[in-house]
Design a protein around this ligand. Structure first.
Ligand SMILES: [Zn+2]
Length: 345
C-alpha cells in the first residue's frame, strides 16, 4: 500500500520508508470466492485504511522489481471480488496488487461527462422523500447498494460519480494504449493543434475560401453560349469575393455580421464547419444556380437578391443585377445581411 496516488511502484528506498510507516508490502491470502466486502480484509492488515473515507481503486504493477508502472484494475460493476483479482493476476505470476486512493479533489460532479448521469445527479440532489424512490432503478444501476433515501443523498451522489468515472477510465486507458501502439500518442502531445481537429468533439476545422471554392458545384449552361460566359464571370466574382472575405471580412454599414468564408458557408448550407464524418463529406456541395431572366419572374424591376435554399444547399444568383464586380459584391453582401436578420427573427 502507498500513502498517496502514484503511477509507479516505489523505489527500494521509498518502499523501506513505507514499511517503517506500517504501509508497504504484505502477503495476504485471498479466497477465490471472496466478495467485495471481504476484499476489505485488507483493513485488518492495514488498519490505517479504516480512517480513510472515499473511493478506492486497486492497481497492479507491470511486474519485475524496482520502480514499475502501475495499471488500474477496473472493478467489475464497481466491486472487487476474489475471482476478478485472480483473473487480472493470471499470466503474470504473482502480480502484486497495490491499493491506491482515488484523488478526491478530482472526483466531484464536474468530472461526470455523461449527460444522463449528470442529470441523475441533479435529480438526486433536488429529490424529495417521494421522488427519490422513482430514481431507485437508475441509482441501483450505478452500483449503489445501500438504502435509496434522502439521508443517503450524499452517498448516492458519490456512488453515481464513482460509477461514471470508473466506467470511463478503463475505456480511456484502452484508447491511450491503442494510440501508443501507432506512436500517435507522442505525436499528439508534440503537435496538439494539428491533431485536435482529428477528433470529432474538438474544435471545428477552419473553413477557408479554398474549401468553399472546392465545395462549389455550379450548374453551368452549355459551353460556347453567352450564358456560359456570364456564369464563368460569376464564378470568378465568387472566388474574388471569398478570398477578400478571408483576408478582411466584408462588413455592411452597421458592421454587425461580417462575411467570412465560414459565415458564407453557414448562410448557404446551414453549417459553418468543414464536414468531418465521411458520410457528410461525400454529399457536401454548395450548388450555384444562375437566373438569367429574373424579369420573367418579377416583371420590370431594378433590384433583386440571390435566393438561398439552405436545406438544398443552393444559392441562385440573379446575374442581370450582379455585374460588374462592385454590384456583385453589394448585392451579395446585402442579401447576406438580410438573411442574417431573417434568421434572427
Ligand atoms: Zn432581378
Amino acid at each position: 500500500m502507498l500513502n498517496l496516488n502514484a503511477d509507479s511502484t516505489p523505489t527500494a528506498s521509498e518502499a523501506f520508508a513505507l514499511a517503517q510507516a506500517g504501509l508497504g508490502k504484505r502477503h495476504i491470502s485471498m479466497p477465490l470466492d471472496m466478495s467485495h466486502e471481504e476484499v476489505f480484509l485488507l483493513k485488518k492488515e492495514y488498519p490505517k485504511l479504516q480512517a480513510l473515507d472515499g473511493g478506492w481503486l486497486l492497481y497492479k504493477s507491470t511486474g519485475g522489481q524496482g520502480k514499475r508502472k502501475l495499471i488500474m484494475i477496473p472493478p467489475d460493476s464497481d466491486v472487487y471480488t476474489g475471482t476478478l483479482l485472480r483473473a487480472v493476476s493470471q499470466g503474470q505470476g504473482r502480480t502484486p496488487c497495490i491499493f491506491g486512493r482515488i484523488n478526491q479533489k478530482v472526483l466531484n460532479s464536474d468530472s461526470v461527462a455523461d449527460v444522463q448521469l449528470r442529470e441523475l445527479i441533479d435529480q438526486v440532489e433536488s429529490a424529495t422523500e417521494h421522488s427519490i424512490i422513482g430514481l431507485s432503478d437508475e441509482i441501483l444501476n450505478c452500483g449503489y447498494t445501500g438504502n435509496v433515501s434522502i439521508p443517503n443523498k450524499d452517498t448516492i451522489v458519490r456512488a453515481i460519480i464513482l460509477h461514471a468515472v470508473l466506467w470511463l477510465q478503463p475505456m480511456l486507458e484502452q484508447l491511450r494504449e491503442g494510440l501508443q501502439l501507432y506512436g500517435l500518442l507522442s505525436l499528439m502531445s508534440q503537435y496538439p493543434d494539428i491533431c485536435q481537429p482529428l477528433f470529432v468533439s474538438g474544435e471545428d476545422v477552419k473553413v477557408n475560401a479554398e474549401f468553399v471554392m472546392t465545395s462549389i458545384l455550379p450548374q453551368l449552361s452549355d459551353t460556347g453560349t453567352t450564358r456560359h460566359q456570364v456564369e464563368l464571370e460569376m464564378m470568378n466574382f465568387i472566388q474574388d469575393f471569398l478570398y477578400e472575405a478571408e483576408d478582411h471580412g466584408h462588413v455592411d454599414k452597421d458592421g454587425l455580421h461580417p462575411i467570412t468564408p465560414a459565415t458564407f458557408l453557414q448562410w448557404i448550407t446551414g453549417q459553418g464547419h468543414v464536414p468531418l464524418l465521411p458520410s457528410e463529406k461525400k454529399d457536401f456541395a454548395v450548388v450555384i444556380q444562375f437566373n438569367h431572366d429574373c424579369s420573367a419572374d418579377f416583371g420590370p424591376h431594378s433590384v433583386c437578391y440571390p435566393v438561398v435554399t439552405a436545406c438544398a444547399k443552393t444559392i441562385t444568383l440573379p446575374v442581370r443585377h450582379m455585374r460588374p464586380y462592385e454590384k456583385f459584391k453589394n448585392i451579395l453582401t446585402e442579401a447576406f445581411q438580410l438573411g442574417q436578420e431573417f434568421s434572427n427573427v
